[in-house]
Design a binder for this molecule. Structure first.
Ligand code: HAM
Length: 421
């Protein structure tokens, strides 16, 4: 084993997966920009305080953040998620509302690594700040749903919940504290610790000994005021109108602490239950204020690219886009002809590759076949002397012709644009 390997929970992503990651991000970009979302790019590193505003009882922030003091003495953190950073950007730039943005990139959480759970992972993300309209919630949920469907995924379940407004959520948390507190003796040790920090999260426990108490716990629906109930109804009606199936999941609490009202998750059908959330999101109406801005409603979603690709593997969809060139240049005269021909061909907007290291004709032709190119351009000493090149088809039977070097690019362009026989 070599001296250096990637750190636990961090991976090199090589082809074909690297190409798939890019294709997923491209697909999300197309979906988001097609719905009026603008790209925002925020720093990987922020003042740690930005993420503290996600909520103190949030494990992602309290226990999993890559947080350190930089050389200037600043308390900084690698982003564990985008939402708080985008909230910070909103407060800093005060764009007109509703502000619809999307982004993508790496996030960092110091988790126990396992399939679908890494310490560096990729998300695509969309946020809308400054609108209270429940139809924004519908648009957001539909954006993620249609995106996953467009990748070819069919076994995804949409879980929908509302955590009520802030005061309702707080009353519910109190009720949970009382319920679980009264039966603490029968709770697992881990859940007793969770109860002290964040009673809502006890509902997430998968431990068998907790299940009976969880089933008997009060339900958030009992705490909705008329406005929350009406908001949720509009969201449900909107999803119905779009024909998007969902399951109301009153126990869905999500891992981040800023959520109020609408929350949702896309659960993959093939993944282990601890890692089956492909993505999720919800409303975070208090976050912008907590970051020092004016009271501003917000809603967003993030979808985990790594986990989504695992789900695609399991369902046998979204294969890697083929990485091929159009033209492969074989040059047995020393390599300078390949240099100029590749440069001309690439300048004309075609994809071209070549061999190096003075390989034999045979070895270069093998490389040409492996490259996936449709056409090999061959230059030997005869062609070099005559100012010509051979164009040989690599796909249909090796037909070839000699063309003037000066006309090569136009011949290649014409041939490659011609419909395939
Ligand atoms: P989240 O549920 O923490 O939400 O993450 C969203 C998705 O990111 C997860 O469903 C999962 O696919 C992926 N993910 C999270 N942690 C890991 C990990 N350690 N390894 C691999 N994938 C992971 C958020 O991050 C919120 N910011 C979503 C949001 C946006 N809410 C409002 N706006």
């Amino acid at each position: 084993m070599s001296e250096f390997q990637t750190s636990p929970g961090m991976r090199d992503i090589l082809v074909p997966d690297s190409a798939r990651v890019r294709a997923v991000v491209d697909a999300f970009a197309a979906a988001a920009e097609g719905a009026g979302y603008e790209l925002i790019v925020t720093p990987l590193l922020e003042d740690a305080g930005v993420f503290e505003r996600v909520g103190e009882a949030t494990e992602v922030v309290e226990k999993q953040m890559y947080r350190f003091t930089d050389l200037g003495g600043r308390d900084v953190a690698l982003r564990p998620e985008f939402t708080a950073a985008i909230g910070r950007a909103f407060v800093q730039h005060r764009p007109p509302t509703p502000w619809k943005v999307w982004t993508s990139g790496s996030n960092f959480r110091y988790e126990r690594p396992q399939r679908g759970r890494y310490r560096q992972f990729e998300q695509v993300d969309a946020e809308v700040l400054g609108s209270d309209d429940p139809l924004v919630d519908v648009e957001m949920i539909a954006l993620g749903w249609r995106f996953l469907a467009a990748l070819g995924l069919r076994q995804v379940t949409l879980l929908l919940n509302s955590l009520g407004e802030l005061a309702e959520r707080a009353a519910y948390v109190d009720a949970l504290r009382q319920h679980f507190g009264a039966h603490a003796a029968t709770l697992s040790e881990a859940s007793v610790a969770t109860l002290a920090r964040n009673p809502l999260r006890v509902l997430d426990s998968k431990r068998p000994e907790d299940q009976e108490l969880i089933a008997a716990a009060p339900s958030i629906e009992q705490f909705y005021g008329p406005a929350s109930a009406a908001h949720l109804d509009v969201v449900r009606d909107g999803l119905d109108l779009l024909g998007i199936p969902y399951t109301v999941a009153p126990r869905l609490v999500r891992g981040l602490d800023y959520y109020v009202r609408t929350t949702f998750e896309y659960a993959g059908g093939t993944l282990d239950s601890a890692q089956n959330a492909l993505g999720g999101g919800g409303r975070y109406d208090g976050l912008v204020e907590a970051l020092g801005g004016p009271s501003t409603p917000g809603i967003g979603l993030a979808i985990g690219v790594d986990r989504t690709l695992l789900a695609c593997d399991d369902e046998g969809v979204f294969a890697a886009p083929a990485s091929v060139v159009d033209v492969f240049v074989v040059d047995t005269t020393g390599g300078a002809a390949a240099l100029t021909i590749c440069d001309d061909v690439r300048s004309a907007g075609l994809r071209a590759d070549r061999a190096f290291d003075h390989r034999s004709m045979k070895s270069q032709m093998k490389a040409a076949d492996r490259s996936g190119a449709a056409i090999a351009v061959i230059v030997g000493s005869d062609e070099a002397a005559a100012g010509t090149a051979v164009m040989r088809s690599l796909h249909d039977g090796g037909a070839q012709r000699v063309v003037a070097r000066a006309d090569l690019v136009s011949h290649l362009t014409a041939e490659l644009k011609a419909p395939r026989r």
